[in-house]
Design a protein around this ligand. Structure first.
Ligand SMILES: [Zn+2]
Length: 314
């Protein structure tokens, strides 16, 4: 039996003030996908006049009658009301607790929510802040605390919501399950650890969290004059052989940024005497663990060219 409630519209409006930053939303399917068995999220179609979130949707979400997915970035402002750090690997909760503690050291109260395979750590802003700033801040903190960011090739690590610094017109980014709803597959709620497991106590807990101000956020990233410089801290980091996974930026030092990528010579192409124009390798600025060679070298070839053995897959 699902636990269903009758949520007041006041609660729904309060929830919306904290969590809803744009009208678009997603819904989790009630039925598992016949192929994968997963309950996917989909965006209701506008022709059904169901593309804009309402207080009633939030009430139904909190009542447990349907489950919302929420987008972080408002594309008109590129700002977010919250940042959620998602982790769903073996040591996920350990990493999230480390981040929560690290945030606490800087005066930030972050709320840890359970999830199916790990957790979501939420940071709330008093006024919406630029997605870019929030992401720089969390990336830096993760780096400082040695918490991995999810990368290519199945590297375990945290994922940030928003996943983007910026949305172009017509884009939505990635939605995350709205807290305090009922997961359609698990048939249960995932509560915040910080309060008793009932809606009223949970709302009171969230209400009592100190919100991060934009000024505070800017102060915390004050040693970072620009996004480019923030990303350069990744580029200039020294190689640490004890680091558990491969970071391309420990090996190559791109000087050019084109759009969303760092561009430099592909080590594998270089070894074969190609890529003299030094522009085959693209490394995502937003997610520096992602890279590719435009002439088609595989990751394996690139790593071999760098003399880094690929760890055996268990
Ligand atoms: Zn190549």
């Amino acid at each position: 039996m699902r636990d269903t409630l009758q949520t007041s519209s006041e609660i729904a409006f309060e929830y919306a003030r904290w969590f809803v930053n744009r009208r678009a939303f997603t819904l989790q399917s009630d039925r598992p996908h016949p192929g994968t068995g997963r309950h996917y999220y989909y965006r209701p179609r506008s022709r059904e006049d169901r593309s804009s979130i309402t207080a009633w949707d939030i009430q139904r979400h909190l009542n447990g009658q349907m489950t919302l997915g929420l987008y972080a970035i408002n594309p008109a402002t590129q700002r977010v009301k919250w940042m959620a750090i998602d982790a769903d690997y073996r040591r996920a909760v350990e990493d999230l607790l480390r981040l929560q503690y690290g945030l606490g050291q800087t005066g930030i109260q972050a709320a840890l929510e359970q999830s199916r395979r790990g957790g979501h750590l939420w940071i709330f802003f008093e006024q919406p802040v630029l997605a870019r700033h929030a992401r720089i801040f969390v990336y830096q903190l993760a780096d400082k605390l040695n918490v991995n960011v999810k990368g290519p090739g199945g590297i375990d690590g945290i994922e940030l919501f928003p996943k983007q610094d910026h949305l172009d017109a017509g884009q939505f980014g990635n939605a995350i399950r709205g807290p305090l709803g009922i997961h359609r597959a698990a048939g249960r709620r995932y509560w915040f650890y910080g309060a008793p497991y009932d809606l009223e106590s949970q709302m009171a807990y969230l209400r009592g969290l100190r919100r991060v101000t934009e000024r505070q956020l800017l102060e915390l990233t004050a040693d970072v004059p620009s996004v480019l410089d923030a990303q350069a801290t990744w580029v200039n980091r020294t190689f640490d052989p004890n680091r558990p996974h491969f970071r391309i930026l420990d090996f190559v030092h791109p000087e050019r940024k084109v759009g969303r990528n760092w561009i430099t010579q592909c080590p594998s192409c270089a070894a074969a005497g190609r890529d003299r124009s030094k522009d085959n390798l693209a490394i995502s600025v937003e997610e520096p663990l992602k890279y590719r060679c435009w002439s088609g070298c595989t990751r394996e070839q690139i790593r071999q060219a760098l003399g880094v053995a690929t760890p055996a897959v268990a």
